[in-house]
Design a binder for this molecule. Structure first.
Ligand code: ATP
Length: 324
C-alpha cells in the first residue's frame, strides 16, 4: 500500500521523527527508510535513541513530531491492521512470565493465519531444550531466542528486532543471523537495532548510524567504510597518554628529517587517553616508521594492530567517540 511517503516502495519510512521525554528530545529529527528484502541496521551507542525510534515504528510510542509509516500505515492509528503484518522483538523480551516457552510459542502461532512450522523454528533456534521451562526461569539468551521466534512465527512482512543477539552465546548468535538472512531472502523488511559493529557489518544491507537522536550517516557497509578514506587502513596503538599526535602523523607520513614522503596522508587521534587511532595508507614502511618514532621517544606500546577500517572507525571519525 504505497503512499507518497514511500515513493520507492519502502516498507518503513521515518521522516523528521521527534520524541521527547521530560522536555528533552531523545529522538531529534530522525530520518530513515527500510525496504522489503533487506536488512536495515540502526547502529549507535547506548542512549542514542534507537529503541525509542523502533518503538515509534512499532506503535508502542506516539511521536511528538515527524511522520512514521509502516507498510504505508500509521503504527499508532492503524495498529490493528498492522499487527498481523509486523513482527516485533523487544529488547527486554516482553514475554509473559508464567507460561512454558513451548506453550507460549504455540499460543502466538495460533493467532496467525499461516504460521511457520513450529518444529522447524524450534529446532533452528534451539528452543526444544527449554520448551517446558516457564519463561521466568529462562536465561537471557533463551528468552531472546524465544522472543525472536515469537516475532517471526506469523510470517510478518516487516520485523523489528531490538538488539537481537544481546546476551547470546556465539552459536545462538550465528543461528539468529542465519534466520535474519533467510527472512531477508524471503522478502521481509528486517529492521534491527544494534551497537555491535560486527552484527551490522555482517548482516546489514543498509546501515543508519545514529547519535544523539539523529542519523549522522547512512549507506551500505562498503559505502560507509570507503566514503571518507578509500583504501585506508587503521592502525591502533595503546601507549602512554598524551603523545604528540601531530608529530606521530608526520612520522607516519615520512615527513621530517630524512623523510622520504612529503605528502600528508595520515590522521592520528587519541579518542581516549592512551588509545590512539591512526588512519592512512598502512604499508610495511609506515609501520616501521611508527615503531621507529616510538623507539626514538623511548615509548613502549602495549598493543599495536593493523587492520581494515570498521564501522567503529567511521563512528569515531564522525563523532570523535567510541561506539561502546
Ligand atoms: N520512558 C522514558 N522516559 C524517560 N527517558 C527515557 C525513556 N525511554 C528512554 N529514555 C531515554 O531516552 C534516551 C534514548 O533511549 P533509547 O533506549 O532510545 O536509546 P538506545 O539507543 O536504544 O540505547 P541502548 O543501546 O542503551 O538501548 C536515553 O537517554 C534514555 O534514558
Amino acid at each position: 500500500m504505497p503512499t507518497s511517503l514511500a515513493p520507492h516502495g519502502a516498507a518503513v519510512v521515518v521522516r523528521g521523527l521527534v520524541k521527547r521525554y521530560g522536555g528533552t528530545a531523545v529522538v531529534d529529527g530522525l530520518d530513515l527508510e527500510a525496504r522489503a528484502g533487506a536488512v536495515t541496521a540502526v547502529l549507535g551507542p547506548n542512549g542514542a535513541g534507537k529503541t525509542t525510534t523502533v518503538e515509534c515504528c512499532e506503535g508502542l510510542r506516539t511521536p511528538d513530531g515527524g511522520t512514521v509509516r509502516v507498510l504505508g500505515l500509521d503504527p499508532v492509528a492503524d495498529a490493528r491492521l498492522l499487527r498481523p503484518r509486523v513482527g516485533v522483538m523487544l529488547q527486554d523480551g516482553g514475554l509473559p512470565s508464567g507460561v512454558r516457552a513451548g506453550e507460549m510459542l504455540r499460543h502466538v502461532a495460533a493467532m496467525y493465519a499461516a504460521p511457520r512450522d513450529l518444529g522447524e523454528l524450534a529446532e533452528r533456534l534451539g528452543l526444544d531444550s527449554f520448551a517446558r521451562t516457564t519463561v521466568r526461569r529462562l536465561s537471557g539468551g533463551q528468552r531472546q531466542r524465544l522472543a525472536l521466534a515469537a516475532a517471526v512465527v506469523g510470517r510478518p512482512e516487516v520485523v523489528f528486532l531490538d538488539e537481537p543477539s544481546a546476551g547470546m552465546d556465539p552459536q545462538s548468535r550465528l543461528a539468529v543471523w542465519a534466520l535474519v538472512r533467510e527472512l531477508r531472502d524471503e522478502g521481509v523488511a528486517v529492521v534491527l537495532t544494534t551497537h555491535l559493529m560486527d552484527e551490522a557489518e555482517d548482516l546489514a544491507d543498509v546501515v543508519h548510524v545514529v547519535d544523539h537522536g539523529r542519523v549522522i550517516a547512512s549507506g551500505t557497509v562498503p559505502e560507509l567504510l570507503t566514503a571518507e578514506a578509500a583504501g585506508a587502513r587503521t592502525v591502533r596503538l595503546d601507549a602512554p597518554p598524551g603523545l604528540d599526535v601531530a608529530a606521530l602523523a608526520a612520522a607516519l607520513d615520512g615527513r621530517g628529517a630524512g623523510g622520504d614522503d612529503p605528502t600528508e596522508r595520515w590522521v592520528v587521534t587519541e579518542p581516549e587517553p592512551g588509545s590512539y587511532v591512526a588512519t592512512g595508507p598502512a604499508d610495511a614502511r609506515a609501520v616501521a616508521r611508527l615503531t621507529a618514532w616510538l623507539a626514538d621517544g623511548d615509548v613502549l606500546a602495549s598493543r599495536l594492530t593493523v587492520g581494515r577500517r570498521t564501522l567503529e572507525d567511521v563512528f569515531l571519525d564522525l563523532t570523535g567517540r567510541h561506539l561502546r
